[in-house]
Design a protein around this ligand. Structure first.
Ligand code: AGP
Length: 615
């Protein structure tokens, strides 16, 4: 939540910060702001709402600027204080000579605020961030050195923060610091950068230093100094970013979400690459750093995740229990961290996260780590904080996902779980070899089948058009596709704001059936040949009897389906156990087209942010 960009150097400062913020807009879009050091002046610009408003403001006031040489920028996802101009960052101290941008939450801000008010500070906003501005200014008055002032200030802060600070007295110098919130330094020639995430800097440099908790970066045009909380210099490794700038382009698609949905066949090929190429050879998952004997004896796994990643985890549970016979518990990270869990050193704990930044999952992983569990992280960001906590790391290689709604990262997580479940089954010798061979064969075929869906989306578009005016939906399924129903419904609600619920088909008659009538469509996932098909069909009949409009998502060619259901979305056939990897695609498209017809902001739905870095 919230994105920060800082820049000192030779380029057009406004342009660099603006583009950086644009590439971080997935982190929040309640308000935006920028502070610039401009020939002895400190200029501040703030606007409410999306970045485009800041762009317009900067354009209108262009004539004020002489030659800015450094600056800091921010996009906000509001936590303390409503989205308003006065709460927008950057925040200043009382005299306006010091500016701060911040991502995170300062938990002791009220006490600090009271102390600072007693000292005469003049607070204007409701934010926790403004406290940092006054605090650092107070320390600066004593230390007369910005780095020392920041160090002395962060010693007093409780909570999470990534901050960038500038002072009018020390132009072209930015001090950054972090704790429990991401921050990195980009190294250039005659220029340097600070940012919350790599997309902000990838256009300019691949050389990066990741700051750790309690580290402070002092950045000028030609120097970067990293120190710890005690002022000792820290020699940091410079890492090379794996991304290309093209990953941040829509490549002709109307929305990133549509582009990312269409990337899924290649994403799956990517995940399989090097791990599964020959159905007769065992899956190669050398990323799992647990010796075979220990894996053979493993009898408990816990998977923790949030949102879409949690849905991938539910599929993972089904697969691991089915293929390897190991008992798996799945829990939302936000619940896991508030109770005594039964984790121990013989439990494998798997954290799943697209961003690798989700605060609840990071806290849950740390909690499990304290109990000496082996930590396996499945993430799209091997450069993330979560990845750094891993004993074993499976990077899912989906490429940067920009749209707030997760799509391709979900597919990549699912495929990673298929590989993990097969890997465990092969080590334990717990599954019929021919069965596993068939699964592997189907996995290799998957991208082509998804390409088939993507090449003709007319039935999905027709369904979207017909149902876009409905206010409530229920998605039903059983077994391994229950997670698909949850995920399809989540996609619909997050980008179209329509109330949609994923529900076990068999549970419908235990309550939710009371809501059914002609205003509540029921979408049923029916994969023939498996153990749930007939049952879901019967549950659909029950819904029809209550006048619900029915949508089928199925690979069945049975004509009876066309008679029973009002709309049928047909997909190529795969076996039931593999079907979540294919049913997710039409469900993503259905949500996308409904949101599109309703004119919603598909890539940046209201109230959401892609990285949820607060608990
Ligand atoms: C997905 O569409 C959502 N935007 C959201 O539920 C997301 O999956 C969740 O916040 C978890 O994020 P993570 O995978 O980055 O940890």
């Amino acid at each position: 939540m919230c994105g920060i960009v800082g820049y000192v150097g030779k380029r057009d400062v406004v342009d660099v910060i603006f583009k950086g913020l644009t590439n971080l807009e997935y982190r929040g879009y309640d308000s935006a702001g920028m502070a610039l050091q401009d020939c002895g002046e400190l200029r501040i610009y703030k606007t409410l709402g999306k970045l485009i408003n800041l762009k317009n403001e900067l354009e209108e006031r262009k004539s004020e600027l002489k030659h800015p040489t450094s600056g800091i920028g921010h996009i906000r996802w509001a936590t303390h204080g409503s989205p308003s101009l006065v709460n927008a960052h950057p925040h200043t101290c009382s005299c306006g000579r010091l500016v701060v941008v911040h991502n995170g939450i300062i938990e002791n801000y009220k006490e600090l605020r009271e102390q600072l008010i007693k000292k005469g500070c003049n607070f204007r906003s409701q934010t926790d961030t403004e406290t940092i501005a006054h605090l650092v200014a107070d320390e600066y008055a004593k230390a007369k050195d910005l780095e020392t002032a920041v160090r002395n200030s962060i010693k007093q802060l409780q909570g999470a923060y990534a901050i960038c600070v500038m002072h009018k007295d020390v132009p072209n110098l930015i001090v950054g610091a972090r704790k429990h919130a991401p921050m990195l330094v980009g190294i250039g020639e005659d220029e340097n950068f600070i940012a919350s995430d790599t997309p902000a800097i990838i256009e300019y440099t691949k050389k990066t230093i990741y700051l750790e908790d309690n580290e402070i970066a002092v950045v000028t045009k030609d120097s970067v100094k990293i120190t710890d909380i005690n002022g000792n210099t820290v020699n940091k490794k410079i890492e090379m970013l794996p991304w290309e700038p093209v990953a941040l382009s829509k490549l002709g698609y109307k929305h990133f979400m549509l582009k990312e949905i269409n990337e899924q066949p290649d994403v799956i090929r990517n995940v399989l690459n090097g791990k599964l190429y020959d159905i007769d050879a065992p899956v190669n998952l050398s990323e799992v750093k647990i010796d075979k004997e220990t894996l053979k004896k493993l009898n408990k796994i816990q998977i923790i995740a949030c949102g879409t990643s949690l849905h991938a985890a539910i599929v993972g549970k089904y697969l691991i229990e089915d293929f390897a016979g190991i008992s798996v518990e799945v829990e939302a990270s936000s619940e896991y961290i508030y109770r005594k869990t039964t984790t121990d050193s013989s439990t494998l704990v798997i954290g799943v996260s697209q961003s690798g930044e989700t605060a609840d999952t990071i806290t849950a992983i740390k909690q499990a780590k304290e109990k000496n569990s082996h930590i396996l992280i499945i993430t799209n960001r091997p450069d993330s904080n979560m990845a750094r906590l891993a004993d074993s790391l499976i990077p899912v290689n989906a490429g940067i996902e920009v749209s707030v709604a997760a799509t391709k990262s979900y597919s990549a997580q699912l495929i990673s779980f298929y590989l993990l479940a097969i890997h465990l089954a092969e080590i334990k010798d717990s599954m019929d070899k021919e069965y596993l061979k068939n699964i592997k064969h189907e996995l290799i075929q998957l991208p082509t089948k998804i390409e088939e869906i993507l090449s003709n989306t007319s039935s999905i578009q027709e369904c979207a058009r017909k149902f876009s005016s409905y206010k409530n939906f229920i998605y039903i399924a059983r077994g391994v596709n229950l997670a698909s129903a949850y995920e399809g419904a989540l996609k619909l609600k997050e980008i179209s704001y329509i109330n949609a619920t994923g529900y076990p088909a068999g549970e419908l008659k235990h309550g939710p059936i009371a809501m059914l009538d002609e205003t509540m469509p029921v979408l049923a996932i029916l994969i023939p040949g498996g153990i749930t098909y007939e049952k879901v069909l019967s549950n659909s009949e029950e819904a029809k009897a209550r006048n619900a409009k029915l949508i089928a998502l199925t690979s069945s060619t049975d004509k009876a389906i066309d008679t029973l259901f009002d709309n049928v979305i047909r997909i190529p056939h795969v076996s039931e156990v593999l079907s979540p990897a294919i049913t997710c695609v039409p469900l993503q498209l259905l949500a996308y087209y409904i949101a599109e017809f309703l004119g919603k902001d598909v890539d940046q739905p209201r109230n959401l942010a892609k990285s949820v870095t607060v608990e």
